[in-house]
Design a protein around this ligand. Structure first.
Ligand SMILES: [Zn+2]
Length: 88
């Protein structure tokens, strides 16, 4: 599968809440990470830098879940990640 920009995973902060922005167009500050770089981003706490905030562990776990969902032919993220962390 090619790694085009639409395979990037977007994390958005919407009204103070971090979510995986599945459609990639939610309002609010966002940060895009390619699936190949997710583990590195978790290790280096890359989201903290992007959002200039202490991003909770749950969000890093959700980012990993989103990556797994992408790897598994885009089966719905809901299967992997808690619903409260998925953007509308
Ligand atoms: Zn990358």
């Amino acid at each position: 599968m090619s790694k085009s920009t639409d395979t990037l995973i977007r994390i958005a902060r919407i009204e103070g809440k971090y979510v995986v922005d599945e459609k990639g167009n939610a309002n609010g500050r966002g940060c895009r990470i390619c699936p190949n770089c997710v583990e590195k981003a978790i290790k280096t706490r890359a989201l903290n830098k992007s959002f200039k905030a202490n991003v909770p562990n749950e969000i890093y776990e959700t980012l990993r879940a989103a990556m797994l969902a992408r790897e598994n032919n885009n089966v719905t993220l809901a299967k992997y990640a808690p619903k409260e962390y998925i953007g509308k």
